[in-house]
Design a protein around this ligand. Structure first.
Ligand SMILES: NC(=O)c1ccc[n+]([C@@H]2O[C@H](COP(=O)([O-])OP(=O)(O)OC[C@H]3O[C@@H](n4cnc5c(N)ncnc54)[C@H](OP(=O)(O)O)[C@@H]3O)[C@@H](O)[C@H]2O)c1
Length: 498
């Protein structure tokens, strides 16, 4: 891993929700790794804010538990350095007076160091309070930096950004009261995964692919995010969200836009975001009358995963009447000359047979010669890599052919560990690079694609199917895909398994 003897500005990262699941499972381990690589600014402080009052011993325990759970060989020196850069403030996001305390804390820090700090506010709190926190940060004069306004203020907002099209618009207009779009960093951690970032390089640095990346050669694209886990302690969140909002609106539509966007004019955030947006704005929204044909939803029932018995979603959330979907499959079309006629299938599910996220690019077959289409698999997790299915002649005296796989696997080609998406996102926010953060326009455009489905599904259970935990989803998912292509590409656990 390259280390960067950086000259980043002094920075304070204020994490709202420091005791929560996201912070302890991802953000603190990510900060540890950044510290270990020497990538954090010289003057850097993490200020965790929480309604709980934790003394220094408890704070160290929080850090130790979070980092030891995620990191195998903790470097004691780096861990200590991170502890020295960590502090907490008792804070209730609902209380205006606490924003005054926060401002005073930050001013004191700057006075003590005689430095003006960049201020990053990371909202790792439930989405229901995003709007009110952003509002109170502005009203509390926290949208400005120290007296001479010498530094930057950035707000990092977790997903889901909004609850539907209308609430996303409201959240955007509310945040614009105090903050400019350049200050808002909307997190979509899929965009920061190593393989997701590699999509553009693979496509645009290999003429072999660039020239056939269109509807003349591609028959369909399938993007799958399959999870074996259930709701795991996040019942309330999931009951308010469901699979469509949680995974499709953000991650899957972003992966779709990376897979289908045109070559950007250059590598700048603006050029890349512009091309991603063009795809989202050209994706035909699913109309109410097309929902039955283009969208499928289901909820997991009891079953077994990797041999262990697990209960139903209803049991997991303790609500017998819940109609929240844990599985979604959608068929979309992009209304652009190079993509017209190519079905894009998206699917995601919880409590599925196995955990993987991948993009399958299915090239057209040669029906006349009975030659199957090539398949290019971009595996995001696990066993990151890219695999291409080729038809070859079987060794021997006959002319029999067989499909074989040619692959590039990160673990085989590179020694370094892949940085976690949150390491990349925190570092980019520190250095002010917005490339991996969706813009307001992208957020609006992606909600637009699914808005009628969001509305329809929240109103009634019409069409809600069930599937046993540990399966690949409801039975009719098979027919659903077969309307548009030869069917779902099955998961191949052998891809990049080393
Ligand atoms: N967890 C994940 O795997 C994950 C993945 C992707 C995105 N996200 C997003 O990240 C954000 C945080 O997720 P999370 O799972 O960490 O949430 P969480 O554990 O439910 O909540 C995070 C923290 O927010 C504070 N909090 C909770 N309810 C609050 C309320 N009503 N008012 C004020 N503070 C409250 C609590 O801290 P105190 O009690 O200490 O104040 C809590 O520990 C969410 O927007 C989520 O959608 C999470």
């Amino acid at each position: 891993m390259e280390t960067n003897k950086n000259n980043f500005k002094p920075t304070v990262l204020v994490i709202f929700g420091i005791t929560g699941d996201l912070s302890t499972r991802y953000l603190l381990p990510a900060l540890y790794h950044l510290e270990n690589y020497g990538l954090l600014p010289k003057n850097f402080l993490v200020l965790g804010v929480s309604r709980k009052r934790l003394n220094k011993k408890e704070q160290t325990r929080l850090l130790t538990k979070s980092i030891e759970t995620k990191v195998e060989d903790v470097n004691k020196d780096s861990f200590k350095k991170l502890c020295d850069k960590f502090d907490m403030l008792s804070f209730d996001p609902a209380h205006e007076v606490d924003y005054t305390h926060l401002r005073e804390y930050l001013s004191k820090l700057e006075e003590k160091k005689s430095l003006c700090f960049n201020r990053l506010f990371y909202l790792a709190v439930p989405p229901s309070i995003f709007s009110s926190v952003v509002d109170k940060l502005g009203a509390g004069n926290l949208h400005k930096t120290c007296e001479h306004n010498m530094a930057s203020v950035r707000v990092l907002i977790e997903k889901p950004f909004g609850f539907d099209l209308e609430s996303a618009r409201e959240l955007i207009s509310n945040s614009r009261k105090y903050f400019t779009d350049e200050q808002l960093y909307r997190i979509d951690h899929y965009l920061a995964k190593e393989t997701a970032q590699n999509i553009l390089t693979l496509r645009f640095s290999n003429p072999l692919f660039e020239n056939v990346w269109n509807n003349k050669y591609i028959s369909n694209i399938q993007i799958t995010a399959s999870e074996s886990g259930g709701v795991e302690g996040r019942e309330d969140f999931y009951e308010q969200t469901g699979a469509l909002r949680d995974l499709v609106q953000s991650h899957l539509l972003q992966l779709m836009s990376l897979t289908t966007m045109d070559r950007p004019a250059d590598q700048s955030a603006h050029s890349i975001q512009k091309q991603r947006l063009k795809i989202l704005e050209s994706t035909i929204p699913i109309s109410r009358s097309d929902i039955a044909e283009q969208a499928l939803r289901a909820q997991y029932d009891s079953g077994s995963i990797y041999g262990d018995k697990v209960g139903s979603y209803k049991k997991d959330v303790g609500r017998n009447s819940t109609i929240v979907e844990t599985y979604v499959a959608l068929k979309l079309n992009i209304d652009l000359a190079n993509w017209r006629g190519v079905p894009i299938l998206l699917r995601t599910g919880k409590r599925m047979m196995d955990r993987y996220t991948e993009i399958a690019i299915n090239f057209k077959e040669n029906a006349k010669q009975k030659i199957p289409g090539n398949l290019l698999t971009i595996r995001i997790v696990p066993n990151e890599g890219v695999a291409l299915k080729l038809v070859v002649k079987k060794p021997g005296f006959s002319h029999q052919t067989e499909e074989v796989s040619m692959d590039f696997c990160y673990r085989r080609s590179f020694d370094d560990r892949n940085p976690d998406a949150y390491e990349r996102l925190i570092l980019d926010a520190i250095r002010g690079d917005q490339t991996l953060f969706p813009t307001s326009e992208e957020v609006i455009a992606s909600w637009r694609v699914i808005d009628s489905v969001v509305k329809e599904w929240s109103m009634s259970d019409r069409g809600l199917l069930f599937y046993p935990a540990g399966s690949w989803g409801p039975k009719s998912a098979k027919q659903f895909a077969e309307q548009y292509c030869i069917g779902w590409r099955p998961y191949d656990p052998a891809v990049c398994k080393i």
